[in-house]
Design a protein around this ligand. Structure first.
Ligand code: FAD
Length: 348
């Protein structure tokens, strides 16, 4: 077995030349890493690895809480597969990306055409397309569009034997197993939307009943027909770190042409004890939506939990001082991200 592994590493070195690197220092993850330049090379990599009993582990930006790799695995890095392809037809509502493309890079390119991704993670400045498709989740836009995998029109996946499969997003879970490294996403066609009229809003909830009031507002909005695109909130500790105040902050965005939102949103917030903020503060909160992820600083550790809306209140009460960001889907599912504040203190 050891002999075959050594031969496998040799075969990878022959096939990939200076895009194959052994990790000789013993530190860090994996025994070696490879930089493929396209899906056919990933297929070749899978075939060689299977023949010699090598385990492949795809690597994105490492922002997922449980991203890890066994010491004897071969890491697949996508620095050479970051391409983004936008359709020429301005009416088309899709865009294609290779696995190493960054979500924010893709959204920024779409903005030039007045469009945007239907959903993207709040880790978008660093997280890769492959990494989020592998882990699934809720993100910016999930109030209207749900989980990312619901917005994958098709994805190309290289299986352990080197076969290339085209699947729809909902099938990704059957082909991609981040826990074992099986199934490597090599490209995807993602749902896009018009994004040139989006209007942000924000509201605060203060006082001893703030958490209950906030959840009341979120529950009422989720149960109504209010056509928001995005809805999320920050705990007081998280708001404070972003310089946005010391209270619970509810914020989101909607397409400006949905006039009924302008009329109905304020009363729903105020009826639940919240205070709608002026536009300048709403834009500020919106501008901070990626905090604390930035290309220039180390990303802190997080815990990531999917929580039903009716359970949120209990969880907030258990961790009153936690730095938490919560993303809401109209389906009643929420994603609670709790920041490791120790990491945050050292990343500023
Ligand atoms: C501050 C912060 C904010 C976050 N916000 C959100 C959010 O809004 N929504 C959310 O759902 N999550 C969020 N996350 C969690 C995390 O960012 C996402 O899961 C993320 O998109 C992972 O992407 P990555 O490129 O960092 O992947 P990595 O962490 O590098 O990898 C994640 C997993 O995917 C596998 N993988 C990577 N690339 C591929 C590929 N091409 N094919 C197959 N498997 C692959 C890896 O082996 C690993 O198991 C956040 C994390 C942080 C730290």
């Amino acid at each position: 077995m050891e002999n075959s592994r050594a031969q496998g590493l040799e075969a990878l070195s022959d096939a990939f030349g200076d895009r194959f690197r052994r990790h000789t220092d013993g530190g860090g993850l994996g025994a070696a890493s490879v930089l493929p330049s396209g899906s056919e090379e990933v297929q070749e990599l899978a075939r060689i690895s299977r023949r010699h009993g090598l385990t492949l582990v795809a690597v994105g930006a490492g922002t997922a809480p449980d991203a890890s790799a066994p010491g004897d695995s071969v890491l697949v890095r996508f620095d050479l597969m970051r391409g983004v392809h936008l359709p020429h037809d301005s009416e088309a509502s899709w865009a294609e990306a290779e696995p190493g493309a960054l979500w924010l890079q893709m959204d920024n390119e779409l903005r030039l055409w007045g469009k945007g991704l239907a959903v993207y993670p709040t880790s978008a400045p660093r997280a890769t397309v492959g990494g989020w498709l592998a882990t699934d989740g809720l993100g910016v836009g999930s109030f209207e569009y749900g989980r990312i995998r619901e917005n994958v029109l098709s994805a190309s996946v290289v299986l352990a034997d080197g076969t290339l499969r085209e699947v729809v997003g909902e099938e990704l879970g059957a082909f991609v197993w981040p826990q074992t490294g099986e199934g490597i996403v090599v490209g995807a066609r993602l749902h896009t939307r018009r994004a040139d009229t989006d209007v942000p809003f924000a509201a605060t909830f203060a006082g001893p009943a703030a958490a209950g009031d906030l959840i009341g507002a979120v529950t009422e909005i989720s149960g109504s027909s209010l056509a928001l695109w995005h809805l999320a909130f920050l705990s007081p500790a998280m708001s404070s770190m972003q310089g946005l105040g010391e209270e619970y902050l509810l914020f989101g965005a909607y397409p400006g042409e949905r006039e009924e939102v302008v009329v109905d949103l304020g009363p729903k917030i105020e009826a639940n004890g919240g205070r709608l903020l002026e536009a300048a503060r709403a834009y500020r909160a919106w501008g901070e939506r990626f905090y604390p992820v930035a290309p220039s600083r180390t990303t802190p550790g997080i815990s990531r939990d999917f929580v039903p809306l009716h359970e949120l209140r209990r969880i907030l009460d258990v961790r009153p001082g936690a730095a938490v960001q919560c993303t809401i889907s109209r389906s009643g599912e929420t994603l609670l991200l709790a920041m490791n504040t120790g990491d945050l203190a050292t990343t500023h």
